[in-house]
Each structure stands twice: as C-alpha cells, then as structure tokens.
Design a protein around this ligand. Structure first.
Ligand code: 1Q0
Length: 216
C-alpha cells in the first residue's frame, strides 16, 4: 500500500502539464518539457509491468540523449526544437541520408519520439471514443500499425505486437491513469489529444520544411 502511494502516477501533472508547458507563446517547443512529458509516459509504462521494459528502455535512452545535449556547453542551442534544428543543420551535426559520424544527433533522436507521439495521439483518441468492453490491445495495435510500425523492423513489430496483449483492460487502464472516474478520464483525454496534436503538427511542419522526416 505504502509503496503504491509513493509510486502513484498522476497523468495530469506528469504528462499533460509537461506537454502543455512545452509550447511557447510563439509556438516553439521547449525540449526540456517535451522530454519530461515522455518521462511521465515512461513512468506510466513502467507501472504496467516488465513486459514493456524494452519499449521504456528505448524511450529513456532517447530522452537521455536530448537531456545530455541540453546540459552540454551547447545547451542553449537545445532549448527548443526550432533552435536545435537550426544549430545542428548550420553546424552539419546531422547524418542526413545515411548513418555516419552523428548516429545520435538531436534531430534524429527527437524524430523517433515525434513518430511515437503520433502513435500516442492515435491511441488516446481511440481510447477516448471507446466503449467499456473495447480491447485496449486492439486500439493500441491499430494505432501502432497506422503510425510507428512503418518505421520499425520486423523483429520490433513482432515484439511490440506481443507486448500489446499484455495491456490491462480498459477499466484497469483508466485506473492506472489516476484521473478519476471514467467520465473524467474521457474528459481529460478530450483535452490531451488536441494538445498532443498541436505539438506533433508543429514538429512535423518544421521537419518537413527542412527535409528531416527520414533521418537515418
Ligand atoms: C501502452 C503500450 C505502449 C506501446 C508503445 C507503442 C510503441 C511500441 C514501440 C516499440 C519500440 C521498441 C523499442 C525500440 C525501438 C527503436 O528501434 C525505435 C527507433 O529508434 P532507433 O534508434 O533504433 O532508430 N524507437 C522508437 O520508435 C521510439 C519508441 C518510443 C516509444 C515510447 C513509448 C512510450 C510509452 C508510453 C506509454 C503510454 C501509455 C499510454 C497512456 C497514456 C495516457 C496519456
């Protein structure tokens, strides 16, 4: 019980607030808050069990790469996604068409999270409009096939597919989110989805403009 209280996750505070505060008034995206939104999601994922360990490990390593840039001497250039893109491109710090000397650039690392954000948004929209008996594994799989799967190897697609079967059923999943009654969860999701969409769209347009959507 005590342990339960300690590790209790708060979706609103740990995920939504972060993604909300990652948008500046000029619609720039603060990497620090973007990363902390992902950290919140990782925490939620970890609370679902070790079956998802391989997914959360990768997410953690990607957030760590970005945090390391942010803490480095070039840190100020990594304050926002916009400034990172400009800095890395101006200084030729990105492997543009094949892996080379910068396999862990900020741009390619953030692109992986960006693609995952699309999955999240599709999954949450399905969850929001689902009925009590609908299967979370199916919602998750459909969202995945529509988005991230196209970027993953066969092996990862298989592993992800198997992990999806381990997702809790809808009522249990709502409980883990810890935002209240099912009606309240639906309400919160109704606010979260458009917010994630806006963050996604801004990044997508920026990456498109600079031809970065296929970084190796
Ligand atoms: C709830 C179940 C979570 C399902 C997550 C779906 C995504 C499956 C992804 C499988 C990734 C496997 C590990 C490795 C992948 C990498 O090869 C790949 C590409 O990177 P690279 O360096 O090899 O080119 N990495 C990625 O595509 C990044 C994947 C990050 C996934 C982060 C998922 C974080 C999960 C959050 C759980 C949210 C629970 C939802 C409820 C939220 C309510 C607001």
């Amino acid at each position: 019980e005590a342990e339960n209280l300690q590790t209790q996750f708060c979706l609103k505070k740990e995920v939504l607030e972060s993604f909300k505060s990652c948008l500046s008034p000029e619609k720039e995206i603060y990497i620090e808050h973007y990363v902390s939104g992902w950290r919140g999601l990782v925490k939620l994922l970890n609370s679902l069990g070790s079956l998802f360990g391989f997914i959360s490990k990768d997410a953690v390593s990607k957030t760590q790469i970005l945090m390391n840039f942010l803490k480095s001497e070039n840190g100020p250039h990594y304050a926002t996604v916009q400034s990172m893109v400009k800095f890395e491109l101006d200084n030729k710090l990105v492997d543009v068409d094949k892996k080379g000397i910068y396999p862990e650039s900020g741009c390619r690392t953030l692109l992986r999270l960006h693609r995952a954000l699309r999955w999240l948004q599709l999954f949450l929209e399905r969850l929001r409009t689902s009925k009590e008996d609908d299967k979370t594994s199916v919602m998750c799989r459909d969202a995945y096939n529509e988005s991230l799967a196209q970027h993953h190897t066969w092996l990862i697609r298989k592993s992800a597919g198997m992990a999806f079967y381990g997702l809790p059923v809808r009522p249990a999943f709502f409980e883990v989110m810890n935002v209240g009654t099912p009606e309240q969860v639906v309400d919160v999701l109704g606010k979260a989805v458009p917010l994630l969409y806006e963050v996604y769209q801004i990044t997508e347009e920026l990456y498109q403009k600079h031809n970065l959507l296929d970084l190796p």
